[in-house]
Write a protein that binds this ligand. Structure first.
Ligand SMILES: [Zn+2]
Length: 108
């Protein structure tokens, strides 16, 4: 949210949080924007494109990445169930030099 406020103020310096929230809610109501609320992460907002990719979260530096390709095919045992959405998170360690909290940087 801080990032949205900062970017919005660069375009419209007088914009307030209430206006931003109202516009976000309208975009969510129109299914153009989705709230992405993962444990231990600040609330994120992403545009709904129909080509969503699974998120990958580094458990060390907490950065969020996206998996290449689309969502894997999901099969469920319950035949009388209509899936309307999927959220998939993979956890791991990013191994990047910029991984701020990495303890072993000797092979970077
Ligand atoms: Zn990392």
């Amino acid at each position: 949210m801080d990032e949205i406020l900062k970017l919005s103020k660069e375009v419209i310096p007088s914009i307030g949080l209430r206006t931003i929230y109202r516009n976000i809610d309208a975009l969510i109501d129109d299914s153009k924007l989705a709230r992405v609320d993962y444990p231990g992460q600040p609330m994120r907002y992403e545009f709904v494109t129909g080509h969503e990719r699974p998120h990958i979260i580094c458990t060390t530096c907490k950065k969020v990445f996206w998996m290449n390709g689309g969502m894997p095919k999901i099969e469920i045992e319950e035949p009388d169930f209509n899936i309307i959405g999927v959220e998939l998170i993979l956890y791991g360690n990013c191994q990047k030099n910029s991984c701020t909290k990495r303890e072993d940087k000797s092979f970077s």
